[in-house]
Structure formats: structure tokens, C-alpha cells
Design a protein around this ligand. Structure first.
Ligand SMILES: *[C@@H]1O[C@H](CO)[C@@H](O)[C@H](O)[C@H]1NC(C)=O
Length: 273
């Protein structure tokens, strides 16, 4: 914790008064555009949106190769949703693009609340931002397929965001257990074959047969997102100290998804042959 006076200048986003949103709510008060540098050195623009009514935050950006990444934190249902729209290589007879959707449980304190996000304002939009905290890469084994036509019960966003990924919506058994305990309908989930069911199942990267099953890997990274609220302390005339929200901490985090595919060709980005 730091006081307002000692707040480091690196906090480039200021926590704005609620009045800002009330006065400007017809404007893009809940949209933030943040320039970030990708792993390959290119600069891209992240668009962050928050809706405190529907209680979600979305983040979207394009990677250097044109892949569109969409991330949604749905606080209503404790769901994190990742979608990748990956451009295919037309000259190799691939579809125009392939869409993937990954769902995992949203844990408490992974990202700031939507109502706080809706109050963030950009101070210096041209600056290329670097996250204050590096949260590494989380490996996730996606061992369950999700039926698109039933998935809206889990999160209202799936219907729109995963429409192009109907045959490629994945989650994890451990997350499914959590959602089932909260009353989700189990019939939308289907457990995928496990690596142990297939002796000799290879990673798609190592596999040379386009028609054989393998374990596909897809990785992405959220370069910058507001992961924590910062609190400052004010002291009134009587000397009483009280905390107030005065900024955010930004984080960077990678996600590495592993999942079964019945044919290597469904995983064309993993290990060019
Ligand atoms: C998904 O659910 C619908 C509606 O119950 C069903 O008709 C369909 O066969 C299911 N799809 C798969 C791939 O199981």
C-alpha cells in the first residue's frame, strides 16, 4: 500500500470518480484502449470493455500473425472464456480460419471487478504499456468438450463468442465439477479421450501423420490486464486513516492449452511439417 503522494508514476491509469461514468455514460466510458508489445516485438492495441450491469469484462486484440484473441471474464457464472480465431494457410488447402474456445473457472481476485474496470480511464493512450507483474504461463489440460447448443446456460457469452468454434469448445473436468456443484446442467459436457486411452499418443508437434489422433497445444498470452486494485490511505484532520481505491496493478499472463484432437490436421499451427 502506498499513499497518494508516493504513488509511483508508473501507474498510468487513474481510478476515476464514479461521477465520470454517470456524466459520460453515453460515451465509451467503459472502453479502454491499451497499446502493448507482443512477444514478437510488434505493438498491438488491446480493447478492454466492462459492463458492470451484466458483470463481465472483455479484452480483445490481434496477434502479429492476424490471430484474433478474445477473452471474457464472466463474474456472474465464474467463467473465463478464451477464443482464438486462427487464420489458416489457404495455399495449403486449409479453411480460412479455425476458431477455438476454452472455458475455465474464474477464480476470485484474478482480475478486478467489472464495476472498477468500468471506471478506469486512460491517461496517456499513446504509451506502450508493460505489465507490472508477470504471472508466468499456466498449463491447462482441456479434457472435456462442451456442447455449443447447451452451453449458453453456463455463460450467456458463449453463444456469440464461440459460434464459429462449435466443434471446438473445451474445458476441464475440475472446472466442470465446480460448475455442476453450482447447478449447471451436466449434459452439455462430454469427457474427451485421455492420453492413457491411446498408448503412444503423440503431441501433434511430433506426429507426422495428418490423419492420426494427437495432443494439440495452443498458447496465448494476455499482455496487460488490470489484475488488482491498489489502495491508498488518506488521513483526515483528526488523524483517522481510511483506505480508498486509487489505482490498479497490471499483470501479464500466459495460458497453454493441451487437448485431444482426432486428427493432426485440426491442429495445423502446432509444429509445421
Ligand atoms: C448437443 O446437444 C444437442 C441438443 O440436445 C444435440 O441435439 C446434439 O446432438 C449435441 N451435440 C453433440 C455433438 O453431442
Amino acid at each position: 500500500m502506498s499513499t497518494a503522494r508516493t504513488r509511483p508514476p508508473s501507474v498510468q491509469l487513474v481510478y476515476f470518480l464514479a461521477a465520470f461514468c454517470l456524466l459520460n455514460w453515453a460515451a465509451n466510458c467503459s472502453e479502454l484502449r491499451v497499446r502493448v508489445r507482443l512477444t514478437d516485438g510488434q505493438v498491438t492495441e488491446e480493447i478492454l470493455e466492462a459492463d458492470s450491469e451484466k458483470d463481465f469484462i472483455s479484452l480483445e486484440f490481434k496477434e502479429g500473425d492476424g490471430t484474433l484473441i478474445t477473452f471474457i471474464a464472466d463474474f456472474k457464472q465464474d467463467v473465463k472464456l478464451f477464443r482464438a480465431l486462427i487464420l489458416g494457410e489457404l495455399e495449403r488447402g486449409q479453411n480460412q480460419y479455425q476458431a477455438l474456445c476454452f472455458l475455465t473457472r474464474l477464480l476470485p481476485n484474478e482480475i478486478i471487478p467489472s464495476e472498477s474496470m468500468a471506471k478506469l480511464r486512460q491517461e496517456n493512450p499513446q504509451a506502450v504499456r508493460i505489465a507490472e507483474e508477470q504471472r508466468g504461463v499456466e498449463p491447462l489440460t482441456m479434457d472435456v468438450a462442451v456442447n455449443f447448443s447447451k452451453a449458453s446456460q453456463l455463460s450467456a457469452h458463449i453463444h456469440n463468442v464461440c459460434a464459429e468454434a462449435q466443434d471446438a469448445i473445451y474445458t476441464r473436468e475440475v472446472d466442470v465439477k465446480y460448475w455442476l456443484d453450482r447447478g449447471a446442467d451436466g449434459s452439455m459436457f462430454e469427457i474427451l479421450p485421455k492420453a492413457s486411452d491411446f498408448p503412444g499418443l503423440q503431441s501433434c508437434q511430433a506426429s507426422e501423420d495428418l490423419w492420426r489422433p494427437c495432443t494439440c497445444q495452443y498458447s496465448l498470452r494476455l499482455e496487460w490486464y488490470p489484475c488488482l486494485l491498489k489502495f491508498c490511505r488518506s488521513r483526515d484532520n483528526s488523524g483517522k486513516v481510511s483506505p480508498y481505491k486509487c489505482g490498479i496493478k497490471s499483470c501479464r499472463k500466459g495460458y497453454q492449452f493441451d487437448y485431444y484432437v482426432p486428427q493432426k490436421q485440426l491442429c495445423f499451427w502446432d509444429g509445421e511439417t
